[in-house]
Design a protein around this ligand. Structure first.
Ligand code: DQA
Length: 147
């Protein structure tokens, strides 16, 4: 079974409580439960990881590299806009990768318009709330089926 890593970066463990008017009322656990359900119908195995620490996320990506993971869905949180570390870690991957944001970063402060990952990921989804994760998983499933 193809294995997909779901990665959530800093502050996303606070979903549901954190600025819900921007990020919604679902917790990360609820989002992951919905994703796990969808993955069953798509025939994919999901593994979940959240960290508030840049280096811990780089370590996880290295693990994914070593195990030849089949796809990555990542909401890097604020690291999107700043992290060369994360960019370099993801740049070594050859599997499909989707960068996802709950909010539409282009409707927000200018510093959120820049992504360090935009030109190394397969595609990006921004502004569809928690549904963006499902869109990302469907997109990766299609890419895997077509390859
Ligand atoms: C976010 C957008 C980022 O700018 C922000 O720092 C986050 C969440 C989103 O999902 O909309 O932490 O990635």
């Amino acid at each position: 079974m193809k294995k997909i890593q779901i990665i959530n970066g800093p502050n996303l463990n606070m979903l549901g409580k954190r600025e819900p008017e921007i990020y919604g009322y679902l917790t990360l656990d609820q989002i992951n439960t919905d994703l796990a359900q969808l993955s069953e119908s798509l025939g994919l195995e999901l593994v979940f990881f959240q960290s508030n620490h840049e280096g811990a996320i780089a370590d996880k990506v290295h693990e994914n590299f070593n195990e030849n993971i089949d796809g990555i869905i990542i909401n890097p949180g604020a690291l999107t806009h700043t992290s060369v570390v994360l960019r370099d870690a993801l740049a070594m991957m050859s599997c499909p990768m989707v960068e996802i944001h709950l909010s539409n970063v282009y409707k927000r402060e200018a510093f959120r318009h820049k992504s360090m990952l935009a030109d190394i990921v397969t595609g990006r989804i921004t502004g569809f709330g928690h549904y963006g994760y499902e869109m990302a998983l469907n997109a990766i499933a299609n890419m895997i089926n077509e390859s």
